[in-house]
Write a protein that binds this ligand. Structure first.
Ligand code: ZN
Length: 502
């Protein structure tokens, strides 16, 4: 049998900044990814984090490691500009869009799931909503208070980072020199810049929309609290992997670690592996959602790009490298995806090869025997190269290169090539088994029949009128009706604009 033992999976752990063998501590292995804040559409930079987490999932599956993955939905608690005392982002969006906070959260949560699905991201086991865990967050903060890790101010309950001698270890920064913390606003009475709010107490005369009673008065949880509370609630006190964008490494994850280890108090590291993806750069600027105007997946699909072309573009770079998003790069990715689909179409149907064991099993079977009854050594070599690549800290560019080489290799048998392609597809998640080489272009407004166009324009006009009359319910109903028809309306200072969804 041609079965390799496989290469040991090694991942770059931000905690200690080094490559380490990944061996799960439990079955299933616990994995938590910081999820979206649902007050706006996720942009392309946000989605890189979820494609990255999905690559981790696929690598674990490949190695027959079962995983329980949790991704939170931040529908409360994330203040504007990451500050402790600012306005809640979801509430600010609700005021701006004249919808209820629940409507805002629900709408953008759905938009997030649409993108997750379009990008062929494996669903998590759980997507807990922060708003459903506020009671547990209060208990968590109360425990920290009992243990003496906190102090009270009129603006809320604060975590005292001076009590944690290892504070900031993940960021490899000394507590007083925190870069990220330095940009936070001044909080009267706060002892250190790094101290952060566990509870944000409502200020007199500034009643929040989403508010809970607590031992520290009416208010809302600080935004770091939810990840600690929900991950521990759903994965147990300790788990194997925590993922997020590299920006979280500098502040959010430091605070998660500080409060969780203080809460658990067992002297053990809370989470073993901290994995962070680099930014997607749009021009020179970080694609931060707060900056506004950052492109999202629907912008790409409406321009005729296939979602898998964006995924291919992302996987063409290593997750720890910054990537420059350009239209030229998207064009190249779309062309590469089309070439792959054209080349792979005659090989269909592809076998199931989600795991190294399954793929090597296919190689060892009778189907792998070549004309001379020999095993397909070219395919076996390609599989081994792919296994080595995924094991070496998720080297997706290398897997793509191995696949492309295999597709050009005359020595490989058709069945061997099917197995190699299926294995690459399982690791990369590009839907190569089913992708239409035409990459089905999205309909543009120009392709609509005149009566369709007229009906849409009329509904948009009716909605504008309803808004003018401050009839928000009716305006929302019309928006929902338009969405049913695949039409998305965006309100701009110049009036509403609409486009067809992909
Ligand atoms: Zn988090």
């Amino acid at each position: 049998m041609i079965v390799t033992d496989g290469h040991q999976l090694r991942l770059y752990n931000s905690l200690g900044r080094q490559m380490e063998d990944f061996v799960p501590s439990a079955d299933p292995s616990g994995m938590y990814s910081c999820g979206p804040t649902v007050y706006a559409y996720p942009h392309l930079g946000n989605m890189r984090a979820y494609v990255f987490a999905d690559t981790v999932r696929r690598a674990l599956r490949w190695k027959d490691i079962r995983v329980r993955h949790v991704v939170n939905i931040t529908d409360v608690g994330h203040a504007v500009a990451d500050t402790d005392t600012g306005e809640d982002k979801v509430e600010a969006a609700a005021a701006r869009e004249r919808r209820s906070v629940q409507q805002i959260a629900e709408f953008y949560t759905r938009a997030f799931f649409d993108d997750i699905e379009a990008l062929n991201i494996l669903p998590a086991a759980e997507y807990p909503r922060a708003s459903a865990y506020v009671g547990q967050m209060i208990e968590f903060a109360a425990t920290l208070e009992e243990k003496g890790y906190t102090y009270r101010l009129p603006s809320g309950l604060y975590f005292d980072t001076a009590r944690d001698p290892r504070y900031g270890e993940l960021a490899q920064l000394h507590a007083e020199g925190q870069r990220e913390a330095a940009r936070l606003e001044q909080v009267p009475g706060r002892r250190r810049k790094t101290d952060f709010a566990l509870w944000r107490t409502e200020q007199p005369g500034r009643r929040r929309v989403l508010r809970w009673d607590s031992p520290w008065g009416w208010g809302a949880p600080g935004w770091h609290l939810e990840c600690s509370v929900m991950s521990i609630a759903l994965l147990g006190p300790h788990f194997d992997i925590h993922t997020g964008g590299v920006d979280h490494r500098e502040l959010h994850h430091i605070n998660e670690i500080a409060q969780s280890e203080a809460y658990l108090g067992d002297g053990r590291p809370w989470v073993r592996f901290w994995l962070h993806n680099e930014f997607l750069q749009l021009g020179a600027a970080k694609m931060a959602k707060s900056a506004g105007g950052a492109p999202r997946l629907a912008d790409l699909t409406s321009a005729g790009y296939h979602p898998m072309a964006f995924r291919l573009f992302l996987l063409g770079g290593h997750y720890r490298s910054q990537l420059d998003f350009t239209i030229e790069a998207m064009d190249a990715a779309q062309a590469a995806l089309r070439r792959l689909a054209v080349r792979i179409q005659p090989l269909r149907p592809l076998p199931a090869a989600d795991t190294l064991a399954a793929a090597t099993g296919l190689m060892a079977g009778p189907a792998a025997a070549g004309p001379a009854g020999q095993h397909d050594s070219a395919a076996a070599r390609a599989l081994d190269l792919m296994d080595a690549a995924i094991a070496a800290d998720l080297n997706t560019p290398k897997i793509l290169a191995v696949l492309q080489d295999a597709l050009r290799d005359p020595a490989i048998t058709p069945d061997g090539l099917r197995t190699v392609t299926a294995a690459a597809d399982a690791l990369l998640g590009l839907s190569l088994a089913t992708l239409d080489p035409d990459l089905e272009q999205r309909r543009s407004a120009e392709e609509l029949a005149p009566e369709e166009l007229h009906a849409i324009e009329q509904l948009v006009a009716e909605r504008t009128q309803a808004r003018k009359e401050r009839d928000w319910t009716r305006a929302d109903l019309i928006r929902a009706q338009l969405e049913q028809q695949g039409v998305e309306v965006t309100d701009t200072p110049e009036g509403p604009v609409w486009q067809l969804r992909g």
